[in-house]
Design a binder for this molecule. Structure first.
Ligand code: PMP
Length: 458
């Protein structure tokens, strides 16, 4: 039996980790969730705060009643908590509450947009679609190339900034990849971008839950201008996200959504917009989401983001080192580059979907497979040419390319990892036996009927 060194127990901080799911061999077992990059289970404190606040739930900014005033205070105070969590200055920045990172980035894409000019946005080949598509329809978009490790080629970033001669409006980059977990050197990127008069947006959907963020003061060349993240990836799944940026940027222009809550005054012909952030938050705000987010931030801060990172780094290193020793596994991100706890892999000869389904069926282990809403990045990691991809897309009979992804949360344990490794080993052995049988049967002239019998009876 493997004896693990002391592991802090964070499991009791979370809801639902002991929930039982049906197993293929019969009976029920606790589900193992290695799909935290998609979304995360709620913290106990999040649920407790929601329940405590619920009796006082009321409309924000619109009522004179006690509950309404209280709700408004809690909502407004939360902006400071969010800023403190990411080292943002409250006198210069505004915190806009949105649904999620996708909405935050779309909002910024409208706010910075000048329809009379086709301005340049530099994004990268490792982005989530949410940090690609909102830019494509309004700007000229260019992409920073990858380096050997699958991270960003900073020389290419600088070359591109030089090439556009100060015309790049924004460098839009992920803080950490949802495919490889690779963490980008955001302050170094900010420093380079600022040298060429470009601002920087960090898509922190994967960074905020797993590592400390410091936006740094505005006078620092390394400061982060805009930051976006989602609460559902940081243990507060109540439909809230944030966009942070200089207040001054949001004072200009019209919001992309208008309506209740966005104005100071409306006449028959005129609109007097409210100041940001209110101007950017059309409709009734999501106060329960905000309560949940604050509770999650308080919990994470009390543990300490450095501790969170170290805990997940331990899971990452342990798991990947074990997987590197297994035959039949292809890994797509090296350990010698800073990463959050995400491991992209494939089993040689098996479709990514087959592997993910087998992990779930055989071990109650939830992972994700496919392209993770980052198709251009996955295409590059799998070294698929545009022509090959075109053929695949146009042929419905061909399986779509993809990868299997393990992604850790704070509560995952080495025991869970070992369980997963043993199920994965079983899947690989079975696959290797199948391949051997197939090649033997081809040699011996058996028909494909034999193989399908084997396939259906294992
Ligand atoms: N960016 C990254 C890096 C992500 O991983 C995700 C979610 N997978 C998003 C953006 C979009 O986040 P949301 O779905 O919460 O809007």
């Amino acid at each position: 039996m493997h004896v693990f060194p002391f592991q802090p127990n964070y499991r009791e901080l979370f809801v639902g980790l002991d929930a039982l799911v049906p197993q293929v061999k019969g009976g029920l077992a606790p589900a193992i969730n290695f799909d935290n990059a998609a979304t995360t289970p709620p913290l106990m404190k999040v649920m407790a705060e929601i329940n405590q606040f619920a009796p006082f739930y009321s409309s924000i900014h619109r009522g004179a009643g006690y509950k309404s005033v209280l709700s408004s205070q809690i909502y407004e105070r939360a902006r400071k908590t969010v800023l403190a969590f990411v080292g943002g200055l409250s006198d210069l920045n505004t915190v806009i509450f949105v649904k999620n990172t996708t909405e935050a980035i779309n909002k910024l894409s409208y706010r910075l947009w000048n329809p009379r000019k086709k301005e340049v946005i530099l994004t990268t080949w490792m982005e989530h679609h949410s940090n690609l598509l909102p830019w494509r329809d309004k700007y000229q978009v260019d992409y920073v190339e990858l380096n050997e490790q699958g991270g960003l080629n900073l020389e290419d970033l600088e070359q591109k900034l030089l090439h556009y001669q100060g015309a790049v409006k924004l460098v839009a980059v992920s803080g950490a990849s949802n495919v490889t977990g690779i963490m980008n050197p955001i302050h170094r990127i900010a420093e380079i971008a600022h040298r060429y008069q470009a601002r920087i947006l960090v898509d922190a959907a994967q960074l905020a839950p797993h590592a400390a963020i410091d936006m740094r003061p505005h006078h620092s060349p390394e400061h982060i201008d805009f930051l976006a993240f989602s609460a559902h990836k940081m243990y507060a799944p109540f439909g809230i996200g944030v966009l942070i940026g200089p207040s001054q940027v949001f004072e200009q222009g019209n919001p992309e959504y208008s309506g209740g809550g966005t104005v100071k005054f409306v006449t028959k012909d005129q609109v007097f917009w409210d100041d940001p952030p209110h101007k950017e938050e059309a409709g009734t705000p999501n106060i329960l989401g905000v309560v949940a987010l604050v509770a999650a931030i308080e919990t994470l801060r009390s543990i300490g983001m450095k501790t969170v990172y170290k805990q997940e780094e331990r899971l990452l290193n342990y798991t990947q080192k074990k997987m590197e020793k297994m035959t039949g596994i292809e890994l797509y991100a090296p350990l010698n580059t800073p990463r959050i706890g995400v491991i992209p892999f494939n089993v040689v000869g098996m479709d990514h979907e087959e592997v993910a389904q087998a992990l779930s069926r055989e071990g109650g282990i939830a992972v994700r497979n496919g392209c993770f809403c980052a198709s251009p990045y996955v295409q590059k990691l799998l070294r698929i040419s545009d022509r090959e991809l075109g053929n695949i897309i146009n042929n419905p009979l061909l399986p779509h390319p993809g990868i299997v992804r393990i992604s850790f949360g704070l509560y995952n344990t080495l025991e869970e990892v070992n369980q997963m490794l043993s199920v994965l080993q079983g899947i690989i052995i079975l696959e290797q036996r199948k391949t051997k049988l197939l090649s033997n049967s081809v040699k011996q002239g058996y028909t494909s009927k034999t193989f399908s019998y084997y396939n259906n009876n294992i």
